[in-house]
Design a protein around this ligand. Structure first.
Ligand code: ZN
Length: 351
């Protein structure tokens, strides 16, 4: 096994990329590129975004007994619904606004696991708190109500049958604006852990895109897609094992990476980590091929980043390879349905 932790180290600017994508949805990658650096300003402390989550959490709790008709109505609100996309854009386009406190810890010396929850269906267990964490993280560890809101938010973005692989939900932190979230192998074989930074998740834009990004890893690297026991691999060898012939990531690789993989491989250091400076150079050479500057970290990250744009942007024209990567997912009706589910889930929080 030895499944690697797959981190998303996108920091704030990814959200700004997404905002740029939403703002000019016909051409997300180019818009993203131009706004990458200057929009990575520290966020201000405002309260609207998490209020949105709290309200929505209350709403859904209250709505559950009434069930069907209203829920079905929400599910059929499709991507052509301008109201839905406008609400989404408005939520994500709160430029500079965030609930991350100005005095939130940043740049901690390492990642600290704060709390572990066992996942069972829609529910999470009682918290299991870690000891020996920095004092400044204790308030974030103790906010179990907030953790429950985060989990409930996730359940509104991803349908239950797509969440059965998640065995654990972990709240961690390495301080604000560093690693935002991750997926990893759980202690139960065949299960995954979904991890969210307690501080970064206070920014609902960062939270939404990160949850969607991490979901894409599970979508493309779970046991239906990857054989991690194969001793040889005739198709794309992912960081988690050999991709199956008809898997999403193998199709993605063949469509977009086969020609550049050897050149990209030079960015990988002997230990298997990519050299970030080399990735930047690679991105600078092929900016039209990637939806963000994090995408060229490798095919696994590229497909997850492209998935973010697939979910949150309107359907692009396909003029660039980056746009074609977004269009890639439209080849799969089940993924188009998933996109719609996630959009509807998020749109509920913008109402
Ligand atoms: Zn990732």
């Amino acid at each position: 096994m030895n499944k690697k932790t797959i981190f998303i180290v996108l920091v704030l600017f990814v959200i700004q990329l997404l905002i740029a994508a939403c703002a000019s949805s016909a051409n997300p990658p180019q818009a993203a590129e131009s706004s990458a650096v200057e929009t990575a300003a520290p966020a201000e402390s405002e309260s609207e975004e998490s209020v949105a989550i709290e309200e929505a959490t209350e709403d859904t709790t209250e709505e559950e007994p009434q069930a069907t008709e209203e829920a079905e109505e929400e599910i059929i609100a499709d991507e052509s619904s301008p109201a839905c996309m406008t609400q989404l854009e408005a939520m994500l386009n709160e430029e500079g606004e965030s609930n991350i406190p100005d005095d939130a810890p940043e740049d901690l010396d390492e990642e600290y696991i704060l709390v572990t929850y066992q996942v069972s269906g829609d529910e999470i267990s009682a918290p299991k708190n870690e000891s020996d964490i920095p004092e400044e993280l204790i308030p974030y560890q103790q906010d179990a109500a907030r953790h429950k809101e985060l989990w409930e938010f996730y359940t509104k973005l991803i349908p239950a049958e797509r969440r059965t692989i998640i065995g654990e939900f972990v709240i961690f932190s390495d301080g604000a604006y560093n690693v935002i979230g991750a997926v990893d192998e759980a202690s139960t074989p065949g299960k995954w852990t979904l991890e969210m930074d307690a501080i970064d998740s206070l920014d609902v834009g960062m939270l939404s895109t990160t949850l969607v990004h991490e979901f894409a890893h599970m979508l493309t690297l779970d046991d239906t897609q990857i054989d991690d026991t194969a001793s040889t691999c005739a198709d794309y060898q992912t960081i988690d094992g050999c991709s199956k012939k008809d898997s999403y990531i193998n199709d993605f690789y063949n469509a977009f990476w086969a020609d550049i993989y050897d050149e990209w491989s030079a960015t990988v250091m002997p230990g298997g980590e990519v050299n970030e400076d080399e990735v930047v150079n690679f991105y600078d050479k092929y900016p039209d091929q990637f939806v963000s500057d994090y995408a060229p970290t490798g095919p696994e990250e590229d497909i997850a980043e492209s998935w973010i744009y697939f979910v949150f942007s309107e359907k692009p024209a396909g003029d660039t390879i980056a746009e074609q990567k977004i269009l890639f997912f439209y080849n799969y009706p089940e993924l188009v349905s998933l996109r719609q589910y996630t959009l509807n889930g998020i749109c509920k929080y913008t109402e």
